[in-house]
Design a protein around this ligand. Structure first.
Ligand code: PSV
Ligand code: MN
Length: 387
């Protein structure tokens, strides 16, 4: 069996943040399917997220989305999380579902709309104080659908100004992470389409501003691991939104569509010192449209753990020697050897040695939790992506 002892400390330190919205119902523009047991409020979402942590030991934080996760008392939500062995992670702002933002939010030409969007971020910063969260993640749906619809350059200037105001409101220990996406819901241009734009804005803001890389937000064929390497090199990689995609921003289970890509990304994370660094948050941003949500999240964090283990198994000394000798095939073979190593049996043993289930999927299925939430959570309104 594969020997994990050399990489065990790194594995033990790994943490992955879960998105609260992954536990709600989600779908496409064609249909959102309801599923039994879906949480009806943010407290139930946190309870479900805590199950993922309980069975894997990997997921001690839950990211929230505002206003989807607004509650009367964030102190209560924080306490509920802590009582369940987890805590509140990244606070995601949402300026994409209010009619006022049809033509933009932080980039809008009307100062009143811009101020509304800025005020929303101020509210998110308050939530961060109330929950003990460090990071404010901004993803903007801003953009245009038609050439000439608005002045791209002026929108950048307005964005820079809005971001500066938000940044100035951050506490000393808080950060802003700016997520980019090259399309959707705007189809001609988006105002933060790529890592370069996000980098330019975050550099202008200062050290507490970083880039968030969502693995589903690139054109097909983009070498995402190169972006990872570059952002780590520049000290600007703040967080990941992990998911996988076949076609667009599919938000499928991380590592499901292209395990090799996940491995390559994690290999660069390890190489660049981003693994278990407080600077780089591993977050999931996924939707479980047809599969059960809690096991979907368990599978997801295990996928990240397995690929992290494989990335850690790359023989770095041998690789460096092969690279400096110009041994093209030898260097490639060292990387592929690590990728093809089946770490699952060794990880199962290692988990068990730490008092965790060898097979978290099976243990969850046998725990009775799923049956209990399906029986208990009848009535009320199921939470969904967007609520
Ligand atoms: C946008 O597609 C995005 O990736 C942003 O992170 C949003 O906050 C999230 O999806 C919502 O699922
Ligand atoms: Mn995302």
């Amino acid at each position: 069996m594969t020997e994990l002892s050399g990489i065990a400390p790194a594995l033990a330190a790994q943490t992955i943040e879960l998105p609260s919205w992954a536990f709600g119902n989600s779908g496409t523009r064609f249909k959102v399917f309801g599923s039994p047991g879906t949480p009806r409020d943010p407290f139930e979402k946190v309870s479900d997220a805590a199950q993922v942590h309980k069975h894997t030991g990997l997921a001690p934080k839950v990211a929230v989305h505002i206003p989807w996760d607004l509650v009367d008392s964030f102190a209560d939500l924080r306490r509920h999380a802590e009582d369940n062995g987890v805590s509140i992670g990244t606070v995601n702002s949402n300026t994409f579902q209010d009619d006022a933002y049809k033509l933009g939010s932080l980039t809008h030409s009307d100062p009143t709309v811009r101020q509304k969007a800025i005020d929303h971020h101020f509210r998110c910063i308050e939530v961060m104080h109330e929950t003990g969260s460090r990071d404010l993640k901004i993803w903007l749906a801003d953009g245009t659908n038609y050439p000439g619809q608005d002045d791209i350059r002026s929108r950048q200037d307005r964005l820079a100004d809005s971001l500066r105001r938000i940044y100035q409101r951050l506490g000393d220990e808080q950060r802003l992470v700016l997520e980019y996406k090259f399309f959707e819901p705007a189809f001609y241009h988006t105002d933060v389409p790529d890592w370069g734009t996000s980098y330019a804005h975050t550099v202008a803001l200062g050290d507490k501003a970083k880039v968030c890389l969502d693995t589903g937000h690139h054109a097909p064929g983009t070498n995402i691991e190169f972006i990872v390497a570059q952002l780590l090199r520049l000290g600007k990689l703040g967080s990941f939104d992990f998911n996988s995609r076949f076609y667009a921003d599919d938000d499928l289970i991380v590592g499901a569509a292209d395990p090799f890509q996940l491995f390559r990304i994690l290999a660069e994370v390890v190489r660049g010192g981003g693994l278990n660094s407080p600077d780089v948050v591993f977050m999931l941003d996924q939707c479980h449209n047809i599969e059960k949500k809690v096991p979907g999240q368990i599978r997801s964090v295990l996928n990240v753990q397995e690929m992290t283990a494989r990335a850690l198994l790359i023989d770095r000394d041998a690789l460096a020697a092969a690279q400096s000798a110009g041994d093209v095939l030898g260097a490639n073979e060292i990387v592929m050897d690590a990728f093809y190593t089946d770490v699952r049996p060794a990880l199962a043993d290692w988990r068990e040695s730490r008092g965790l289930p060898a097979d978290p999927m099976t243990t969850y299925a046998a725990s009775g939790y799923q049956e209990k939430i399906e029986a208990d959570r009848v009535g009320g309104v199921q939470a969904g992506w967007g609520a």
